[in-house]
Design a protein around this ligand. Structure first.
Ligand SMILES: Cc1cc2nc3c(=O)[nH]c(=O)nc-3n(C[C@H](O)[C@H](O)[C@H](O)COP(=O)(O)O)c2cc1C
Length: 337
């Protein structure tokens, strides 16, 4: 889905990513700090990719000849497609100095906006890694969703303030960041009660990223969060977790309709987005390939990749008879887990 030209240019521009023809996290396995790979020997990142690609789409073309509509509404805003750009913090340490937290956000938000989608922006152990992209969101008219780390309250309140000031439509928090640094580093875990207190202080819809069980999904709803991301942080936390796509259906069966369900980990094409939706997701985040698109093709590269994913989703809808996203159903995919 990424063109050869973009991959070739990205390879030249990037340091620790090989811009592989298939972004399956095998070549970069174990390269995490620094690097774009998965933790351990990369098992969870590779598993996440493999499980998505084990699912097949049940073609059935005996249908009315209607052009599928890929548009998606989230928190009152309409997007061209039901997928977004995943947050990636400190790109300069992982992919190379060509882009930093500010320029990466500029490229991703602008390219995403041209394709009709949003970029989530990332964070790091220092607050400034969150602050820089949020300043870009403000500059570009609120077309991004900041992702704050699970810092202690004072810093989190500052993140909320900045997101509101930037005009962001929502705010995310990667609650799983407690697993990124041995012992948790500067990040803290919060109980359901503590999350509820935080939601009360946040005027924006809050999305909790890093939910991998029905229990945590229910706790997110009870705390008042408006969205969850079923995510193992791109396999960067532990090699022993399941793939997000493996736990998605069970979670969706418990909470569908009560909270916006987003999933990430190993999704690369529109057909992959289709598979997630058939298993109960409302939307998908795509991470690493957008970094390659940004380093190899800038705003144009990001836009082109997003449109190609979107058009490939339309193609999957055409092959299954889904006219709208709401028509994508479980029986449209063959999934062994
Ligand atoms: C290099 C790198 C940096 C990341 N930084 C962040 C971050 O700052 N905040 C966050 O919530 N997730 C972060 N993630 C996780 C991604 O947002 C996302 O969950 C994951 O990459 C999705 O999997 P994919 O890359 O296979 O699409 C990062 C992932 C990578 C590879």
């Amino acid at each position: 889905m990424l063109t050869e030209e973009i991959r070739k240019a990205a390879k030249e521009n990037m340091v620790l990513c090989s811009a592989c023809p298939v972004c399956d996290c095998r070549t970069c396995r174990g390269r995490v700090a620094p690097g774009p790979g998965g933790a351990g020997n990369g098992e969870n990142a590779i598993r996440s990719f493999d499980k998505v690609h084990d699912i097949c789409i049940n073609m059935d073309v005996v249908n009315e000849n209607i052009k599928p509509d890929t548009s998606f509404i989230m928190f009152g805003k309409t997007f061209a497609y039901p997928f977004f750009i995943a947050p990636i913090g400190l790109p300069q340490r992982v992919y190379g100095p060509k882009l930093d937290d500010t320029t990466y956000a500029e490229v991703l938000i602008s390219g995403g906006a041209e394709a009709g989608i949003l970029a989530f922006t990332g964070g790091g152990p220092m607050l400034e890694v969150y602050e820089k992209p949020v300043a870009v969101i403000k500059q570009l008219g609120g077309l991004g969703i900041p992702t704050m780390k699970s810092f202690p309250d004072d810093a989190v309140f500052r993140c909320i303030e900045l997101a509101v000031d930037a005009g962001a439509p929502a705010l995310a928090m990667d609650i799983d960041c407690v697993g990124l640094i041995p012992g948790g580093g500067p990040f803290i875990r919060r109980s359901e009660k503590e999350l509820a207190q935080l939601v009360q202080k946040c005027p924006l819809p809050l999305i909790l990223k890093g939910v991998m069980t029905p229990r945590a999904a229910k706790a997110a709803i009870d705390a008042g969060a408006k969205g969850i991301v079923v995510s193992s942080h791109g396999g960067r936390l532990s090699p022993s977790l399941p793939a997000p796509i493996e736990v998605l259906e069970e979670i969706a069966n418990n909470v569908r309709g009560k909270i916006t369900i987003i999933v990430d980990g190993g999704f690369r094409s529109g057909e992959d987005v289709f598979k997630a939706m058939a298993l109960g997701a409302d939307a998908v985040l795509i991470g690493r390939p957008f970094a390659v698109a940004a380093y190899g093709g800038g705003v144009e590269g990001v836009k082109n990749y997003a449109v190609s994913v979107g058009e490939n989703l339309r193609q999957a809808m055409l092959l299954t008879g889904a006219k709208t996203l709401a028509d994508i159903r479980r029986e449209m995919v063959r999934c062994a887990f």
